[in-house]
Design a protein around this ligand. Structure first.
Ligand code: UT7
Length: 309
């Protein structure tokens, strides 16, 4: 996480809002904001090095790097390639995946397919976002929500633990409800305006709640599991009310739901990996437990990964 903290109080001096409105409607109290010299690849490097250390892995053994980001340093090379350069790994493949807030779940799904097929043995998956650079700080309906950060995991083949299944989906019908224009690549009238996040929050909220409810059923069915088999829910951190609705669907107490958004806000593709990291490192998630990761984002995109840790 970047060091700089931006509180609701501070935002309420920038736009017409209040700490109580933001906290009551979202569960967010503060978020981290990158400094001018921080980049998605720089934050990805810090998270990646922590994951490599935790896995006691020789970086040279990594044969695939997947970075999920909607805020790449450059249009190209990919943030994956920039991360590869930063880590000094010569012999691997690196690329980005763009699935907005579902990016890390999509990346986990791709990593899982590569490992299960035998095409890769060690895969580094990173979600890294500088949302603060694509937020319109004059738009109170979006600027209160987002934060910056990066999370990473290192995956390796194992018959004992790991990803049980992943489920990813998209539906391009909903483009207009949540998007971020790219003025540089647009033509004609589309070229007008800045490249800021635009969202019809209330409509997104409703689709998110319904869709995440369905992905829970899909994931449990695919594994012939019952709700009670899930030890932890690690959801995308968009809004506490969406998270509570998903926990309710699982009949799960909030004590078994990892929530980081109070101090991190919505870090898009980084949020699930940041939350997973926090709960593993503070000892909540234990070896052998079953963990459901899920996310929903622009596209719409949505997905889940069921893990035996
Ligand atoms: O991560 C990717 C997916 N994204 C999401 O899942 C986000 C989903 N959406 C949400 O989290 C919520 O819709 C928001 C937190 C964005 C908004 O909460 P809401 O309860 O859906 O509020 P709303 O948009 O229906 O707006 C209610 C009222 C409006 O005023 P009127 O028309 O009732 O007079 C808004 O203008 O709240 C007003 N409002 C605000 N008031 C104070 C909107 N933003 C603010 C604000 N401070 N920051």
């Amino acid at each position: 996480m970047p060091e700089k903290v931006l509180t609701n109080e501070q935002i309420s001096r920038m736009v017409d809002t209040s700490d109580s409105w933001i906290f009551d409607r979202t569960g967010i109290k503060s978020r981290r904001i990158a400094s001018d010299d921080e980049t998605a690849s720089g934050m990805a490097e810090i998270a990646a090095r922590q994951a490599i250390e935790a896995a006691a892995c020789n970086p040279e053994d990594i044969d695939l790097i997947i970075v999920a980001t909607g805020t790449p340093d450059r249009v190209y090379p990919s943030t994956g390639c920039l991360l590869q350069q930063r880590l000094g790994i010569k012999n691997c493949v690196a690329f980005d995946i763009q699935a907005a807030c579902s990016g890390s779940i999509f990346a986990l799904s791709i990593a899982d397919q590569y490992i299960k097929s035998g095409a890769a043995k060690k895969v580094l998956v990173v979600g890294s976002e500088i949302c603060s650079r694509i937020v319109d700080w004059a738009d109170r309906s979006t600027c209160i929500l987002f934060g910056d950060g990066a999370g990473a995991v290192l995956l390796g083949a194992s018959s004992e633990t790991g990803i049980l299944s992943t489920h990813i989906h998209s539906d391009g019908e909903y483009e207009d409800l949540l998007y971020c224009p790219n003025p540089q690549a647009a033509s004609g009238t589309n070229r007008q305006g800045a490249g800021y996040i635009a969202m019809r929050g209330n409509e997104v909220f409703k689709v998110a709640v319904n869709t995440l409810g369905r992905i829970v059923d899909e994931t449990l069915d695919a594994n012939s599991m019952d709700k009670s088999d899930i030890d932890w829910l690690v959801p995308h951190q968009a809004n506490i009310r969406i998270i509570v609705a998903t926990a309710k669907k699982l009949k799960m107490s909030m004590d078994h739901v990892v929530v980081t958004l109070e101090t991190q806000g919505n870090t898009s593709s980084a949020s699930v990996l940041l939350a997973f990291n926090e709960a593993v490192r503070d000892g909540r998630i234990q070896r052998g437990q079953v963990v459901l990761l899920e996310a929903f984002g622009a596209g719409f995109t949505w997905g889940s990964a069921l893990i035996k840790y």
